[in-house]
Design a protein around this ligand. Structure first.
Ligand code: ATP
Ligand code: MG
Length: 222
């Protein structure tokens, strides 16, 4: 059996009569922060997901013009961050696949791995909802997985954005409200360059790793 991740490779197999729900959290995770983790945890609770797998992108197509930290570092930070939550795990499948990262390929791989009683839910932050409809093979993405958009209180779509979404009526997105944590990886990278602390913004094990490896010291990302 091909390997997706350590903890949940057998999801659905031991209990064929039950629908199992797997959440997929894609991203660059450069670095992973508590906004990502809280989002995954709250979506897991709101939808009764059995597990959430974080899948760091290899070369994100839409971030090609930016320099991204080597995959093994991003993967290791995700592993460290997820270790203490038994519902979380990390998969290196996008990184191992190499080449450009397309979410549709990842979902196909997951669909081929898991039995039919495993339902896939692709989780994105509210900021990514509008871009997802423009992604490569977006209707195939929607066929393979339920799309869950985590919105924060107060987040409102503009009329133009709503019109954009209506144009893609075949596309069904379930919205769910999560605690607003206005943290981004870009902000964290900037903080590091300015010599500021990441305490309470990233897991301590992640910020220790960043310090040990000397990551994000230079302005290579923007
Ligand atoms: P960057 O600043 O480099 O774009 P990021 O913090 O947005 O980094 P990504 O790796 O781009 O992190 O995001 C991965 C996923 O997590 C996306 O679906 C994004 O919408 C979501 N996400 C990012 N930050 C938050 C947050 N603070 N709260 C909820 N979801 C978030
Ligand atoms: Mg982002």
């Amino acid at each position: 059996m091909a390997r997706i991740c350590g903890r949940f490779d057998r999801l659905g197999l031991d209990d064929p009569g039950r629908t199992c729900r797997l959440g997929i959290m894609g991203g660059t995770f450069d670095p992973i922060h508590i906004g990502h983790l809280a989002c995954a945890e709250q979506v897991r609770e709101n939808f009764g997901l059995d597990a959430v797998v974080f899948i760091p992108a290899g070369v994100p197509v839409y971030k090609k013009h930016l320099e991204v930290t080597p995959a093994h570092h991003r993967l290791e930070m995700c592993r460290l961050a997820c270790e203490s939550n038994p519902f979380f795990d990390v998969s290196s499948l996008e990184i191992d696949r190499g080449g450009d990262t397309y979410t549709v390929d990842t979902l196909r791989e997951l669909r081929a791995h898991y039995p039919d009683n495993v339902e896939l839910s692709f989780i994105t932050g509210a900021d990514a909802v509008l871009s997802i409809i423009k992604w490569h093979e977006s209707s195939e993405i929607a066929r393979l997985a339920r799309l869950i958009a985590a919105t924060r209180p107060g987040y409102v779509l503009s009329d133009g954005q709503k019109a954009d979404l209506r144009l893609h009526a075949d596309f069904s997105i379930t919205y769910t409200e999560i605690t607003a944590l206005a943290i981004s990886s870009s902000d964290l990278r900037l903080r590091i360059r300015e010599g500021k602390s990441l305490r309470y913004l990233a897991m301590q094990c992640v910020s220790d790793y960043i310090g040990r490896e000397g990551l994000y010291q230079e302005a290579a990302h923007e």
